[in-house]
Design a protein around this ligand. Structure first.
Ligand code: ADP
Ligand code: ASP
Ligand code: MG
Length: 410
């Protein structure tokens, strides 16, 4: 008998009617003889609502209490879904993260899963029950509730699938698969039949929120067959796979983008060994993650360093940079929060030159100025003015003919 783990996101459980529709879908799988573990998110908007309440009470609520608060959204949906299943005659049991013992480290709001006890779930499955588990949450060794970061229910699902050695982990959402780019931005975006773990990881880390990055990492590491599908319509969805020779291999598989970063610049610092460390060391010591970094040297031999951080960290980073600027005698510190990052992703780039050049050409044709550039083996990223983001994504999507099925290579 096959075991599958299904995850339903916020929109898919956004109302009582939708929860009932999920119950019907789960039952149809049980009737095919599958054993089903279901992971659910909070009802759409609920996690944001809870965060909003906390922010009304405090500017800096305790991380521990925040996790106690935001984990409640998922406790509501596990109970409602289990009731819906029971009302339709299907035996089911709900569990919070701590009840199934999804053991995590203690990093509140971004905890990592360390261990899962599959024993209890296995017993329920063997007794013919559907197991309904709250996504996004776990418990640390001291019994504190932890959460796995926004979008973390995807990771719960993949981790449970790995622990149960499930035949497939199915992520049901409000789109019917992974597209060449966000279908909300580009109408002609095309659903991919499959995408490699490596590409999906880049897409997720460059801003495609369809899967949480950690869920993809986890699936790749434990070789969990992972599929993204629609909650609302039947279809094959998109399979996340290992790279293999028979796959469609376009040079560029997808375009990811991200509006969450801000740019900081420090101008007129000495061009000397150690200066990048003097600037970026204190930023990283303050636990601020730095993404794109560019250093350049002006004609007068002074250097400029530009880098991006998450918008939430920009104030803190700017304060640190002001101090460094004073110490180094820098000419200027500037910040810009109206930027966006656009990335082309594709394993085919390894064997094809010219992707970056073509990218720059199509942005130039739209008169979009490129502020920063960074590349890796399977990705080219540019930073542009936020107001041109959608134009840039559409122009690139059409320049790389991503709306068309790729030609199979001979
Ligand atoms: P859920 O609540 O089910 O977890 P999310 O909102 O987290 O759903 O993820 C689904 C959304 O991801 C889609 O509605 C879509 O707008 C967005 N998205 C971004 N990039 C892509 C992409 N490349 N393919 C499909 N969806 C994408
Ligand atoms: N409810 C959480 C969130 O909104 C987790 C999830 O939906 O995956 O981020
Ligand atoms: Mg999600």
């Amino acid at each position: 008998m096959s075991v599958i783990v299904q995850k339903y996101g916020g929109t898919s459980v956004g109302s009582v009617e939708r929860i009932e529709a999920v119950a019907d879908k789960v039952i149809s799988h049980c009737q095919r003889g599958e054993k089903v573990v279901v992971v659910v998110s909070a009802m759409s908007g609920e996690t944001n609502r809870l965060i909003g309440l906390a922010n009304e009470i405090s500017d800096a609520p305790s991380a521990r209490e925040m996790d106690v608060l935001v984990s409640t959204g998922e406790q509501v949906t596990i109970a409602l879904l289990s009731m819906a299943l029971q009302a339709k005659g299907q035996d089911a049991r709900s569990y919070t993260g701590s009840q199934v013992r999804i053991l995590t480290d203690t990093a509140h709001s971004k905890a990592r899963i360390e261990e899962i006890d599959a024993h209890r779930m296995q017993q329920d499955l063997d007794a013919g029950r559907v197991v309904v588990v709250a996504g996004f949450q776990g418990v640390d060794e001291q019994g504190n509730i932890t959460t796995l970061g926004r979008g973390g229910s995807d990771t719960t699902a993949v981790a449970l699938a790995a622990a149960l050695k499930a035949d497939e982990c199915q992520i049901y959402t409000d789109v019917d698969g992974v597209y060449t780019t966000d279908p909300r931005v580009v109408d002609s975006a095309r659903r991919l039949t499959s995408i490699t773990f490596e590409e999906m990881l880049e897409m997720a880390s460059q801003g495609s929120k369809v899967l949480q990055i950690r869920s993809v990492e986890f699936a790749g590491k434990y070789n969990v067959p992972l599929r993204v599908l629609s909650s609302f319509q039947e279809g094959p969805g998109t399979l996340i796979t290992l790279e293999d020779d028979g796959m469609e291999k376009p040079v560029v598989s997808g375009i990811a983008f991200n509006r969450d970063e801000a740019k900081l610049m420090i101008r007129g610092i000495p061009d000397q060994p150690g200066v990048a460390f003097k600037v970026l060391g204190p930023i990283s010591a303050a636990n601020i993650e730095v993404d794109v970094i560019v250093q350049n040297v002006a004609v007068d031999n002074s250097a400029n360093i530009t880098f991006t951080v998450h918008k939430n960290d920009v104030k803190k980073a700017e304060q640190i940079l002001q101090q460094i600027a004073a110490e180094l005698g820098a000419k200027e510190v500037a910040t810009d929060s109206s930027i966006a990052k656009v990335s082309l992703v594709g394993v085919g780039m390894r064997s094809h030159a010219g992707v970056a050049a073509k990218m720059f050409e199509s942005l130039a044709n739209e008169a979009i100025n490129i502020q920063l550039i960074t590349t890796s083996e399977i990705k080219v990223t540019v930073v542009v003015d936020e107001k041109y983001l959608e134009l840039a994504v559409r122009a690139l999507h059409s320049a790389f003919e991503m709306d068309k099925e790729p030609q199979q290579e001979a």
